[in-house]
Design a protein around this ligand. Structure first.
Ligand code: SF4
Length: 336
């Protein structure tokens, strides 16, 4: 089981309660601040809590804020995978930030300063969740990714092609043509510089040229990724009966929602946001969490088997999702 937490504004007390109640049942915890990209103020206290769970793969999404080398060294001990969200910050939740802050000078300075440290201890990558501003900076972001020496760059287009297309003032056809042009260039640059690149949309991949995109997707630059699951994390009896690698392969193959016509993600993930609202998937956070339950200190079994969550899973098993974002996945999401 994995769990996500929108932790930037989550009160420390709530974070600790969630950790105590759920973390011992998790093998993977993605700590992300959405839609902002700050580390929480209490990051040092949080690291102390995370250290109590050495068998969990923690994944930290992002921050350009704290520029403290010791802090980053400690973070990298807990999570060698650091993902940086490259997108405009949402002014409504962080009014102090200018709206057009995509790879600002501060961001660039931070990455330049810390990229060597991060690469020594782990690896880092860019997640480019294309939105109304970042979509116009694709080439610039790619060029900076090369300069910074990232291992991987992931272009996510779901938001801009479903919920936010109106904001770029282009028709669907124009937006597609625009994305194909910009992302084709990125694919060329990724191949030239041996950076792993992924695009989450099958139609765009076809138009760019599948052979090339697959070539860019195949670079493996992640020598520091910890073994998954971490040694000792699985019940020994279970691991002798079930070969993890083949199990993992089968699960990964089934994560192609568009290919299988089913989505299994909410069968192994939940999301908890800063208001303790529980949702089924991290793709269902914008414009708001797909709110199915409330944490309220409840036991994992109760939460996991709640009527509403089970009904939602059933709609995915029956290939009958009602949410626009899920519908997009059923058409376009060929891999995680
Ligand atoms: S289909 Fe829905 S639940 Fe599944 S990955 Fe997509 S957004 Fe998430």
């Amino acid at each position: 089981m994995g769990s996500y937490a929108s932790w930037e504004k989550m009160p420390l007390e709530l974070f600790e309660k969630i950790a105590n109640s759920l973390f011992s049942s998790c093998y993977f915890v993605d700590l992300q601040a959405f839609p902002d990209v700050y580390l929480p103020e209490e990051i040092r206290e949080i690291l102390k809590i995370l250290k109590k769970y050495p068998l969990i793969n923690f994944h930290i999404l992002s921050s350009f804020t704290h520029q403290d080398k010791k802090l980053w060294t400690d973070i990298l001990e807990i999570s060698p995978m650091i993902g940086f969200y490259i997108e405009e910050y949402a002014q409504e939740s962080s009014p102090q930030l200018p709206r057009d802050r995509v790879l600002s000078p501060d961001n660039r300075d931070f990455i330049r300063k810390f990229s060597r440290l991060i690469k020594e201890k782990g690896f880092f990558y860019f997640i480019v969740n294309l939105r109304e501003k970042s979509v116009f900076h694709i080439k610039e972001i790619m060029e900076f990714a090369i300069e910074a020496g990232v291992s991987e760059i992931q272009f996510k287009t779901m938001l801009i092609r479903t919920l936010r297309q109106d904001e770029v003032k282009m028709s669907s056809h124009e937006l597609d043509a625009f994305l194909v042009e910009k992302l084709s260039l990125c694919v060329e640059l990724a191949i030239e510089n041996k950076i792993r690149l992924t695009i989450d949309d099958q139609n765009l991949i076809s138009q760019i040229g599948r052979k090339k995109v697959v070539q860019a997707m195949k670079f493996q630059n992640t020598p520091f990724v910890p073994p998954f699951p971490l040694e000792g994390a699985l019940n020994p009896e279970f691991s002798t009966q079930h070969n993890w690698n083949s199990l993992n392969k089968r699960v990964s193959e089934k994560s192609s929602v568009a290919q299988y016509g089913k989505c299994f993600k909410p069968f192994h993930h939940i999301v908890i946001d800063e208001k303790a609202r529980v949702g089924p998937c991290n793709f269902l956070l914008d414009p708001d969490i797909f709110h199915l339950e409330d944490f309220d200190g409840r036991e994992i079994e109760e939460l996991w088997n709640s009527k509403r969550i089970k009904e939602f899973r059933e709609s995915l098993l029956n290939s009958n999702p009602s949410d626009k974002r899920c519908m997009w996945c059923f058409k376009n999401r060929f891999f995680e």
